[in-house]
Ligand binder design. Structure first.
Ligand code: PXL
Length: 285
């Protein structure tokens, strides 16, 4: 069988286990080729660290894709993560040029968490991100991002009915499917709620919660979800695989006596379980 290939467009933060330093190993471990276009190189991510250095690669995005014209690159999925505001229209153009029938476009909005926008982002970023979400097949925001995208209070308190309304609102922006991750309906559980426009069905997947906020877990979730989808799992199955992977990664991190949470979670220790879960597709069929 032809090897599957995913294109991902997001930054490379050297320290902090997020964006490309997560997407590349996670997708590769699943046996899928991961083609990464770096949008910028940062010394470290911008959440928690007091400062960072930054080399902007906006100018390099379209020439990279122009250069590919002479080759017949087809992508099973295009997956976008953290982007600069002025990069979003370029990424839209890249999607228009490279997405063919059968290419799944997955957008992780990656611009906010814990009720707040990441440093450097404002209302214009949210508006541009809405356009990108509009071109996606699957959108995977956290609750804060969903609130910003839908004009809801990102620091409000919400329950399951509200989350269902948010998922419908997200699919009204364009995508067929939406997943909210990191949700709690009660304090002891954490998980995901998803919605498919085609079937009109909601489904959820919950496990016990470790509580607390863990940086980079949204990127781990999106990377493992897109890999599982491309490997042939349904959205419901892929969400379970991705959630279990993130959950195990946090568990492994907390086994560490002195975890330094600025640096993300120790997902490397959970990769064997992810590989096993994704490989089970071949044995089920
Ligand atoms: O994990 C999302 C992310 C990606 N890239 C950079 C970030 C963040 C979150 O803060 O700062 C540079």
């Amino acid at each position: 069988m032809k090897q599957k290939r995913i294109l991902t467009i997001q930054d490379y933060s050297c320290l902090g286990r997020c964006s490309l330093t997560v997407a590349l190993p996670v997708i590769s471990a699943c046996g899928i080729e991961c083609v990464g276009i770096p949008t910028a190189v940062l010394s470290n991510h911008t959440a928690g660290f007091a400062s960072w250095t930054y080399a902007d690669l906006t100018e390099y995005l379209l020439p990279t894709v122009d250069h590919w014209q002479d080759y017949n690159h087809e992508f099973d999925a295009i997956y976008t993560g953290y982007l600069g505001t002025d990069q979003i229209s370029i990424v839209l153009e890249i999607i228009h040029r490279l997405a063919k029938e059968g290419t799944t476009v997955l957008v992780d909005p990656a611009f906010a968490d814990s009720g707040k926008l990441y440093p450097g982002f404002d209302h214009r970023h949210v508006e541009m991100m809405k356009r990108l979400v509009g071109e996606s097949d699957i959108v995977v925001p956290n609750l804060t991002e969903a609130c910003f995208l839908l004009g809801k209070d990102p620091e409000g308190h919400y329950g399951r009915k509200d989350f269902e309304g948010f998922l419908i609102g997200l699919t009204d922006l364009g995508p067929e499917e939406a997943v909210l991750s990191g949700l709690s309906f009660d304090n002891d559980e954490v998980g995901c709620l998803m919605y498919s426009k085609k079937t009109g069905r909601f489904s959820s997947y919950m496990t016990e919660s470790y509580r607390g906020a863990y940086h980079g877990t949204g990127d781990l979730f999106a990377s493992s979800l897109v890999a599982a989808k491309v490997a042939g799992f349904s959205l419901e199955e892929a969400v379970c695989i991705a959630h279990d992977f993130v959950h195990l990664s946090i568990g492994k991190t907390l086994e560490d006596k002195e975890p330094d949470l600025y640096y993300g979670v120790e997902f490397e220790k959970a990769l064997p379980a992810l590989v096993h879960a994704v490989a089970s597709k071949g044995t089920k069929e």
